[in-house]
Ligand binder design. Structure first.
Ligand code: SIN
Length: 350
């Protein structure tokens, strides 16, 4: 499977390079503008999780809606589970116009130079899902997506996954249990600081490399949502999982700006509506997908699931909270304060 994936990726990269080289020779070329094609508009939607995750189901729903509503004028090819590109490559491929749509985790935008997205990684910043929804669906979320435009990217929507658990091959009940563990993180400086705050050693790895890294002991543990754990079979290589809900994983669905702006207006409107409908669907199913995955992990008998008492969880929170201050200059005071304000407003209404 991995060999097939490597060959596929090599062929795709080779074809992308050939296309870029060929189009670059044309005067006034616009490689990402589908309006000039005679056949259907092709949207390659690449992502790194399996098809049976919130993101995978969202991408498939989007494909279904677009193809049905466009009557064959648009074809969406979905490439799940890093079969086309891995984390870092996929954003580069989007900017080059080799794929038209992605939904990277919000933690993966820092290396692109849009550090404000790492605000979503601050531990315990979202006391509940309502605050999160207000942020992603309100002015804060919109202003973050707007920042992507200078990178040639148009942000279309936010898709939920959910809150994270922490795992290793030993029980993680108290903060001190994390000491000295090599923990896999996504490419986020905030996640790096979070792991250091609890005495662990952060190791940045692509999502597709996590299983093997855990299996071979390159890393000792990881954090993720339960739907990602279950679908990547992570519980085969982790004996203990703590339901800490210490952080969040969500996605920004993004497209190549030049491609998007070059679409016929009626097609763009159709895609926009299909994206709205798929977003509603993903955000409705995400929590349920994670709840079901947690039940399957517990029932598998391979990973012990630890539930923290409120006092235990509070001690994790206290250990990680200094990361907010430490990361303020990187992420931005305004965006952090805007989220605190939403949290206070939700709290006041309860
Ligand atoms: C994803 O959900 O897209 C992957 C998250 C990760 O890299 O852990």
């Amino acid at each position: 499977m991995r060999i097939v994936r490597h060959i596929h990726r090599a062929l795709t990269l080779a074809s992308a390079i050939t296309t870029i080289a060929a189009t670059a020779l044309l005067p006034g070329h616009a490689s990402a503008q589908p309006a000039q094609q005679s056949g259907p508009i092709i949207i390659k939607f690449s992502h790194v999780t399996t098809a049976d995750t919130p993101k995978g189901k969202g991408a498939d729903r989007f494909k279904h809606l677009v193809e049905e509503r466009s009557g064959g004028r648009v074809k969406v090819e979905v490439y799940p589970n890093s079969t086309l590109y891995k984390d870092k490559e996929e954003i580069e491929a989007l900017q080059l116009g080799s794929v038209q749509m992605l939904a990277p985790a919000l933690s993966k935008f820092g290396p692109l130079g849009v550090r404000e997205f790492e605000v979503f990684d601050l531990p315990f910043i979202f006391p509940n899902a309502e605050v999160l929804t207000r942020v992603t669906e309100g002015p804060v979320g919109a202003s973050l997506l707007k920042k992507l435009e200078t990178r040639g990217i148009t942000g279309l929507a936010y898709w939920d996954n959910g809150f994270k658990v922490m795992s290793a091959n030993r029980p993680l009940r108290e903060v001190k249990d994390m000491r000295g563990l090599k923990m896999r993180i996504q490419s986020s400086k905030v996640l790096e600081a979070q792991m250091r705050a609890v005495g662990a050693l952060p190791q940045m790895l692509a999502f597709s490399e996590v299983y093997q890294a855990l299996q071979t002991g390159v890393v000792d543990g990881t954090e993720n949502t339960t739907s990602n754990y279950w679908t990547q079979k992570t519980s085969e290589v982790q004996s203990d999982m703590t339901v800490s809900d210490h952080g969040y994983i969500g996605y920004a669905v993004i497209t190549n700006k030049k491609f998007w702006d070059g679409l016929p207006p009626d097609i763009r409107a159709l895609l926009d509506q299909a994206m709205k409908d798929s977003t509603r669907y993903v955000n409705e199913i995400a929590q349920q997908e994670n709840d079901e995955a947690l039940k399957k992990i517990a029932a598998s008998g391979k990973t012990r699931v630890i539930t923290l008492t409120p006092a235990e969880r509070e001690s994790w929170r206290q250990a990680m909270l200094p990361v907010h201050k430490e990361m303020t200059s990187r992420v931005g005071k305004d965006v952090i304060e805007a989220i605190y304000k939403e949290a206070q407003s939700v709290q006041a209404q309860r």
